[in-house]
Design a protein around this ligand. Structure first.
Ligand SMILES: C[S@@+](CC[C@H](N)C(=O)[O-])C[C@H]1O[C@@H](n2cnc3c(N)ncnc32)[C@H](O)[C@@H]1O
Length: 200
């Protein structure tokens, strides 16, 4: 077994929803190889896992240079990693089939902008799949900061406001993590600032 397969270091509480996320990506796969973007990828564990499980072309972005460097080492060139802000991405419109994220949205300064940008870079039939902590109630010690996280209702509302439809939320067995998914609303139109650094 190569190191590429050994370094899939998901935590126990992440496995259930990450497996579901991979199944949903595979279910949407048609003939062409799908392109997946992992926002707030950190050292790349979700990106590498998806690449291995689905065979999709995965790109991970994070604002932390050191994390991106670690991610590059971990993926042995099989996944693209770039230092980019999820609030102002350098990708062209309609680039990805899916945008994913693991435990990162709550850390972003402006989640609404992140979701608008995610919508922009998704193809018209693309979708979003986010895993994050469930907020609103501090139930356990590991949940001590639960109030700072999104409640499922609030995250669903932000997705609807940023151009997603068919939004669904499901919790893991422990009820501490949620998988939120939605499809890009083809009718949603937002005018984005003109940027010099957007790839074409
Ligand atoms: C809790 S970590 C999760 C990392 C990774 N997804 C994981 O599960 O291991 C959150 C990550 O979001 C990144 N982050 C925060 N704000 C960001 C932004 N605006 N754009 C991209 N990444 C961001 C942080 O640098 C950090 O690596």
């Amino acid at each position: 077994m190569s190191n590429y397969y050994i370094t899939m270091d998901l935590l126990e509480n992440e496995v259930e929803l990450v497996e579901k996320l991979c199944e949903r990506i595979k279910a949407g796969e048609e003939k062409a190889k799908m392109r997946v973007l992992d926002v707030g990828c950190g050292t790349g564990k979700l990106s590498v896992y998806i690449s291995k499980k689905t065979g999709c072309d995965v790109t991970g972005i994070d604002t932390e240079q050191r994390r991106i460097e670690k991610a590059r080492k971990k993926s042995f060139g099989k996944v693209e990693f770039e230092v980019q802000s999820a609030e102002e991405m350098a990708f062209a419109n309609d680039t990805f089939d899916a945008v994913v994220s693991l435990k990162a949205l709550h850390e972003m300064a402006n989640p609404k902008e992140v979701l608008e940008e995610s919508n922009r870079v998704l193809k018209s039939d693309g979708g979003i799949l986010l895993i994050d902590w469930v907020g609103g109630a501090a139930k356990t010690e590991s949940h001590a900061h639960a109030l700072k996280y999104f409640t499922p209702e609030r995250l669903e509302g932000v997705l609807l406001d940023t151009g997603f439809v068919d939004v669904r939320v499901e919790l893991n067995k422990e009820g501490e993590l949620m998988l939120v998914e939605g499809r890009k609303n083809k009718k949603y139109r937002k005018t984005f600032k003109r940027r010099k650094n957007v790839q074409v």
